[in-house]
Design a protein around this ligand. Structure first.
Ligand code: SF4
Ligand code: SF4
Length: 347
């Protein structure tokens, strides 16, 4: 939630934004208009990457205000296809695949089936899986300029997971998708919703698993370019856990321009915006990929299945082997990736 009392109108959020990159004077003027609810090009030009929430030195959450104004004004236009896809996600059949009693749940949200051969191997043994519309966190609606939908659905999402957690006797829900963790670990608090179980990010789960199985780890000795999902901005503190995990499996996250605070959208979100051309989306995707390559990466690693679909073939074409993070961990655990690192075999 935007905190107006913290905002000093410094304009830093809109200066640092890779996509708007306003000069300081313009940034200050346009941000003031946002606060006052006056028309400003920010609501149409912002691509909803959430990064300015981390740029703001005061912790005022400027993106939350931009997103609110996008919804109020209706000036942020997305494609009909994007709207239809997001609406369909909540209608996907829901399933609970029960594992061992007392073991954690892993919520696959609506994205667990997007990549083939991914939910396999020892990391997933014995877990209970939840997936489909009942277990969809709705965070994606932020990228369609409709944050109110996330809030409306949040209590139902938490309740649905709570019922399964009680049923299988666990107090832990591992989030396969970064978006779900953003909802449970950040947004639920903002909405005043109590979460009666511990949300565990898949990075935290895999880090702890690797620590507990240190003797089984085969050091990968690999330089990688990491694609951070936009939703990671809501729970940025887990980035340290990611670096710990990379250290455990001997993976070097190359220090490139478009990582961490300055990570770019994978193109999935940008491609859903009606007034952004395909050429523009492609330009940003290639900037992102080439940045990794120019900084010595030999592989590109994804946390989110949607980012994977958006960039895996393009990364491969630039000789960056694509991996979903969990697959990279499976590789370090000595497992064979029968469907490739990113759920696709490239010829
Ligand atoms: S959310 Fe991203 S694109 Fe939008 S203003 Fe903030 S940094 Fe820029
Ligand atoms: S939201 Fe933060 S970065 Fe943006 S103008 Fe206010 S204080 Fe500055």
């Amino acid at each position: 939630m935007f905190d107006e009392e913290k905002c000093t109108l410094c304009g830093h959020c809109l200066v640092e934004c890779a996509y708007l990159a306003y000069p300081e004077k313009k940034a200050k003027i346009e941000f003031k208009k946002l606060i006052e609810g006056k028309p400003t090009p920010v609501t149409t030009e912002c691509i909803t990457c959430c990064a300015c929430n981390t740029y703001c030195p005061e912790g005022a959450n400027p993106f939350d205000l931009i997103n609110q104004r996008q919804e109020e004004t209706g000036t942020f236009k997305v494609t009909d296809q994007a709207l239809s896809n997001m609406s369909m996600a909540s209608q996907l059949p829901s399933k609970v695949l029960k594992g061992q009693l007392g073991k954690p749940i892993m919520n696959l949200c609506t994205v667990g089936d997007f990549l083939s051969g991914v939910i396999e191997g020892q990391l997933f043994d014995g877990l209970t899986f939840t997936k489909g519309g009942d277990y969809f966190c709705y965070i994606g609606w932020i990228h369609l300029g409709k944050p109110s939908k996330v809030k409306e659905n949040a209590a139902k999402f938490v309740n649905n997971l709570t019922k399964v957690a009680n049923d299988v006797g666990t107090k832990e829900v591992i989030c396969f998708h970064d978006d779900c963790y953003a909802l449970l670990a950040n947004k639920a608090k903002e909405y005043g919703i109590r979460v009666p179980f511990k949300p565990v990010h898949i990075i935290e789960y895999m880090r702890d698993y690797c620590k507990a199985h240190a003797d089984d780890i085969k050091k990968l000795n690999m330089k990688i370019s990491y694609q951070q999902p936009c939703a990671s901005r809501y729970t940025f503190n887990k980035d340290e856990m990611l670096d710990e995990l990379f250290k455990l499996i001997d993976v070097e996250r190359v220090p490139r321009k478009y990582d961490k605070m300055y990570a770019l959208c994978c193109g999935g979100t940008q491609g859903a915006i009606a007034n952004v051309t395909k050429e523009e989306v492609e330009k940003w995707r290639m900037k992102n990929i080439m940045d990794g390559k120019e900084h010595g990466a030999e592989a590109m690693v994804f946390l989110c299945p949607l980012c994977t679909l958006s960039l895996r073939s393009r990364a491969k074409a630039q000789d960056l082997e694509p991996y979903l993070l969990s697959n990279l961990v499976r590789l370090a655990l000595g497992e064979e990736l029968t469907v490739g690192g990113a759920g696709k075999k490239f010829s």
